[in-house]
Design a binder for this molecule. Structure first.
Ligand code: HEC
Ligand code: HEC
Length: 345
């Protein structure tokens, strides 16, 4: 009942506001009948965009329509308030500082989370060290010192986002000196009295400055398949994130048709995935290669038999044919072969 009333009230409010709107437009339309017909702003915008059917830039729309007639142009001061980005080689901020200046302040406001030596406390990021570990597939340590290509990012990030949660409370002098200190912790600035500022910025080179490359590969476009297309069920998208990944080769994305395993995959998806996809009821998971390698030691035909006739082992009960007695023996074997396809046999 309460809900109904609430709905009714909102409906009445909506109706009232609609009438108010239509009153408004009728007033303006009587006014404008005497004036020569004007194109509305939205029509102007549509005209500016539609004929070429291309997205018009904000400037184009502004020029063609004289603006949206909304708000006011932002003043230089207002823009400066938002335009706080620091980039490599330009927009370097005013002020300066030394690592010696930064040390005490870092201890006071940053060390709580990042540790006195930038070693990181709890789950807060490590800021120093890790140099030379980027090619270590299992444990690359990406820090400001080992990973970031330009010191400008440190100035930008510190000023924009730190100290958490009082972002943008630091002056530029504080930002320069804290950044100098973080670089000092990374042995990138060696003299604690080195004056870090827009002039001396170019003397600083980060160890990983040349570790980034511009990806020049052109965009590619897929052609949509309209006939004789692959059965989507047979397309396998596989993503492996090895360790934490540092190079492109760590993110292996393979899209391939599982050759010769179409039937097996179908049976697996229909009957076996329930347990072997998730580890339900103690079932070995399909991706646990170690257990499968171990199980295969008894011979493939035994493994086939266990799947067909059922099997009670140390981790649980494998029901005969996965509980689906309609499957033929060959279908169950195909499912097993699909499950084992990535295991060295
Ligand atoms: C209350 C905890 C806290 C404090 C205090 C703090 N930080 Fe952070 N800092 C963080 C967290 C959390 C992140 C990661 C944020 C994210 O990744 O979104 C971070 C990220 C950073 C990063 C980027 C690290 C990376 O590799 O991505 C830098 C640089 C940094 N902080 C510098 C500072 C400095 C300088 C101070 C002192 C002015 C400071 N922080 C104070 C919690 C803190
Ligand atoms: C209700 C859950 C469940 C379903 C459904 C299921 N399994 Fe199993 N499966 C198990 C469990 C649990 C084990 C582990 C038994 C043990 O070793 O303790 C197992 C083990 C296996 C083994 C290893 C046998 C060995 O010798 O070590 C194979 C092969 C197997 N299942 C294949 C299949 C196939 C093929 C299907 C689908 C047709 C399937 N399973 C469906 C639960 C299930």
């Amino acid at each position: 009942m309460y809900k109904f009333n609430q709905k009714l009230i909102s409906a009445v409010i909506l109706a009232l506001s609609l009438t108010a709107c239509s009153n408004d437009t009728s007033q303006t339309s009587t006014e404008t009948t005497t004036k020569p017909k004007e194109t509305s702003v939205s029509e102007k915008v549509a005209n500016a965009i539609l004929p070429s059917a291309q997205a018009a830039t904000y400037e184009e729309i502004t020029i063609k329509t004289g603006g949206f007639n909304l708000g006011k142009p932002a003043s230089k001061e207002e823009i400066a308030g938002w335009h706080i980005e620091v980039s490599h080689g330009h927009n370097l901020p005013p002020g300066e500082g030394t690592a010696a200046d930064g040390e005490e302040f870092f201890e006071e406001v940053c060390a709580n989370c990042h540790g006195s030596f930038g070693e990181g406390v709890g789950r807060n990021p490590v800021l120093a060290g890790g140099e030379g570990t980027l090619t270590d597939k299992m444990k690359p340590e990406r820090t400001v010192g080992s990973y970031w290509p330009y010191a400008s990012t440190l100035l930008d990030y510190t000023h924009r986002a730190m100290p958490f949660p009082s972002a943008q409370s630091l002056t530029w002098d504080q930002t320069w000196s804290l950044s100098a200190y973080v670089l000092y912790l990374n042995d990138i600035i060696e003299d604690e009295d080195f004056v870090f500022n827009a002039q001396s910025y170019k003397e600083i080179h980060m160890p990983n400055e040349n570790g980034f490359i511009r990806d020049e590969r052109p965009d590619t476009h897929n052609t949509r398949c309209m006939k004789d297309c692959k059965d989507p069920a047979s397309i396998k998208v596989k993503t492996a994130l090895l360790g934490y990944g540092s190079g492109a080769e760590d993110v292996v994305e393979e899209t391939k048709v599982a050759k010769g395993h179409e039937l097996g995959q179908k049976i697996y998806d229909g009957t076996c995935r329930l347990c072997h996809g998730t580890g339900l009821a103690g079932a070995p998971k399909i991706e646990d290669t170690l257990t499968w390698e171990h199980r295969l030691k008894q011979g493939l035909s035994k493994v086939h038999k266990h799947a067909i006739n059922g099997f009670s082992g140390q981790s649980g009960v494998m029901p005969p044919k996965g509980g689906n007695m309609e499957l033929t023996d060959d279908e169950v074997k195909a499912a097993v072969d699909f499950m084992l396809k990535d295991i060295e046999q």
